[in-house]
Write a protein that binds this ligand. Structure first.
Ligand SMILES: *[C@@H]1O[C@H](CO)[C@@H](O)[C@H](O)[C@H]1NC(C)=O
Length: 161
């Protein structure tokens, strides 16, 4: 009787945890992100594929980082990032840095069918160029890390209807 109870509890625990643990990686390819020269506008583009979606989804966004002297990439909030597959959504956030500081780590979240993959982009993979020390409005920012990477950390998100 005692072992029966613990077996039931074990099964219940496995059932609750399985959707995220069995998730196959999200493979991101062709990832680009940069701020347009002399502008606050940032453009993003990538493809993402995983087991369970037929073809890679192509995702893009453009957003304003606020001013041309930004040393970080613009935030992409839920709904701003577009994909050609309605089951795929994404967000991006990099904390702002003061002009001379190295870029800070950023987060890219890609949600496919209610499972959110979380990926940390190291600040060292985002290059900020202070082109003119006399001109605080002339900075360039671009992602300079690998164009392809795997997202392997997942959380389940509530379905929002
Ligand atoms: C990514 O997801 C995590 C966990 O749900 C959340 O804490 C974080 O704010 C999200 N980041 C972005 C950029 O949406």
């Amino acid at each position: 009787m005692k072992s029966f109870t613990s077996a039931v509890l074990l099964l219940a625990g496995l059932a609750a945890a399985s959707p995220v643990q069995k998730q196959s990686p999200y493979e991101v390819t062709q990832f680009t992100a940069s701020k347009t020269h002399n502008s606050g506008y940032c453009t993003f583009s990538f493809d993402v594929s995983t087991h369970g979606i037929a073809e890679p989804a192509h995702c893009t966004a453009s957003a304003d980082a606020g001013f041309s002297g930004a040393t970080y990439l613009a935030m992409i909030y839920e709904g701003l990032g577009k994909c050609d597959n309605a089951d795929v959504t994404w967000t991006f956030y990099q904390p702002s840095a003061v002009e001379t500081a190295p870029p800070k780590d950023a987060t890219l979240n890609v949600t496919i069918n209610g499972v959110r993959g979380i990926y940390t982009i190291p600040g060292s993979d985002i290059t900020a160029s202070l082109n003119d020390p006399q001109n605080p409005f002339d900075n360039d920012v671009s992602y300079t890390g690998p164009k392809a990477f795997s997202i392997t950390k997942f959380v389940k998100v509530e379905e929002q209807e």
